[in-house]
Ligand binder design. Structure first.
Ligand code: SF4
Ligand code: SF4
Length: 168
């Protein structure tokens, strides 16, 4: 299992093309969702997110209207104040949680999420290997990118390739 974040970045980038092919391969074949989920769970159980938090440093989070309401309530401020103080527009004009390249998400403190109880749904499901909407194969398109910064995604894809006998 690879957990070092420098290696994850290096290997995830090196295998970007391979992982894109694997994504298409999985889409064209039907595999038992339960098996892939179990493999993802095994990887997830072996990795400690509380000493990583790389997703909170790297990823952009687009909160839903429900997330915004929940976070504003959690912080005891108005929706408008929340939007002004804790969100920004990304390069595509979408509203995301405020972040900087150096520190990551505005709510990250060390390795901890300071709004954990009210964190956006997408954060709750992250990295969307074990949990998420629909079957794993429909969530695969984002996993190629996530494999460059998330140890759970990188190692899950490697385990899936062995399980499905994918030709590299
Ligand atoms: S989900 Fe991935 S990137 Fe985020 S903390 Fe866990 S292992 Fe690290
Ligand atoms: S809201 Fe919390 S879990 Fe979500 S990216 Fe920010 S720090 Fe991480």
């Amino acid at each position: 299992m690879v957990t070092d974040l420098v290696q994850i970045r290096r290997l995830g980038e090196m295998k970007r093309e391979e992982n894109s092919r694997f994504r298409l391969f999985l889409k064209r074949h039907s595999y038992v969702e339960r098996k892939l989920k179990k493999l993802g769970e095994e990887v997830q159980d072996a990795i400690d997110c509380t000493i990583c938090a790389n997703c909170c440093k790297v990823a952009f989070v687009q909160p839903t209207e429900r997330d915004i309401e929940g976070l504003a309530k959690f912080l005891s401020i108005s929706r408008e104040r929340f939007l002004q103080d804790y969100t920004m527009e990304d390069k595509d004009g979408d509203r995301v949680l405020k972040r900087t390249n150096a520190a990551g998400c505005v709510f990250l403190s060390g390795f901890d999420c300071t709004v954990y109880e009210a964190r956006p749904r997408t954060c709750e499901f992250f990295p969307h290997v074990v949990k998420g909407e629909g079957p794993i194969t429909t969530r695969m398109w984002e996993l190629v990118d996530r494999a460059t910064y998330c140890p759970i995604v990188y190692n899950s894809l490697e385990a899936f390739k062995v399980e499905t006998k994918f030709q590299r």
